[in-house]
Ligand binder design. Structure first.
Ligand SMILES: C[S@@+](CC[C@H](N)C(=O)[O-])C[C@H]1O[C@@H](n2cnc3c(N)ncnc32)[C@H](O)[C@@H]1O
Length: 257
């Protein structure tokens, strides 16, 4: 049962291992995501889908897959097999060809049912920050890729959190962007009762993490709203104007590492 609506949940662990709140957040997140004006629908998923490309006949692993709905769409578009892993264990009834596993994305090879398997595409869509150790999680994922495989990883612009905290704390962008202390975070649209504890990160931190895991950036994107979507949902354009959005990366193994 989702206790998050009646009781405050505080993840007293850093972002790396703050998985428990997601048992409470899962339904609020999915409800917010499916709203017509959600940024996931308007901006993030279209950009993620575009960067992923044709999935026909490709083995796809979605790490931190939420309820599995995005993966189910990919299976409908030809991905096979399509496997999702999420710590919340709150899944849709999987359609044929989709396997949804409860597990930790910090060590994908240790998730029961995944040992020894290889995937053409491994996705970390707004889930990478929850890995206990980002470099280790990516090294493990890298070793699970097929020869021409890649990782699709998206993460919130770190500037966004810095601006939000500067507003809250009456500080400056630079003070918050370069801060190192973990901070409490509540998402207004998901469930304000649930508190996540997040570690600040900079762009350099992110890029150094990819390098340390033996990955290079084949492509990067900072998706924005289309003019049409902005005209329909000006309040969401205003959010992006103020806080920016997400970063999307296509990551490939650096050969011989
Ligand atoms: C912001 S949601 C993104 C969900 C989905 N990837 C999407 O793009 O809609 C983050 C997801 O990561 C999952 N998560 C958090 N910590 C995790 C962990 N340690 N292992 C696996 N999944 C985790 C949460 O349960 C949640 O479904």
């Amino acid at each position: 049962m989702v206790e998050g609506h009646s009781a405050r949940h505080t993840a007293d662990l850093a972002d790396g291992d703050s998985s428990r709140p997601w048992q409470a957040l899962a339904s609020g997140y999915e409800r917010a995501r499916t709203r017509e004006d959600s940024l996931d629908r308007l901006v993030e998923w279209p950009a993620q889908r575009a960067m992923l490309g044709d999935v026909t006949g490709l083995a796809v692993l979605d790490a931190g897959c939420g309820n599995g709905a995005k993966l189910a769409q990919l299976a409908g578009e030809g991905a096979t097999p399509a496997v999702g892993v999420d710590i919340s264990g709150s899944f849709i009834a999987p359609p044929p060809g989709v396997q949804l596993l409860e597990g930790d994305l910090s060590d994908l090879a240790a998730v029961p049912g995944l040992a020894g398997r290889r995937f053409d595409r491994i996705l970390f869509l707004q889930s990478f920050g929850y890995a206990a150790d980002g470099v280790e999680a990516l090294r493990t994922a890298r070793a699970m890729l097929t020869e021409d495989g890649f990782i699709l990883l998206t993460r919130t612009q770190p500037v966004r959190y810095a601006i939000e905290r500067a507003e809250q704390n009456g500080t400056t962008l630079g003070e918050e962007y370069f801060a190192t202390e973990s901070f409490a975070y509540r998402h207004r649209s998901w469930d304000e009762q649930v508190t996540l504890t997040k570690r600040p990160y900079t762009m350099s931190d992110l890029l150094n993490t990819f390098s340390a895991a033996g990955l290079w950036i084949e492509a990067a994107a900072e998706p924005r709203m289309t003019d049409d979507a902005a005209a329909r949902h000006p309040h969401k354009q205003a959010v992006l104007n103020k806080y920016l959005g997400i970063l999307v990366f296509r990551l490939r193994p650096i050969p011989h590492r």
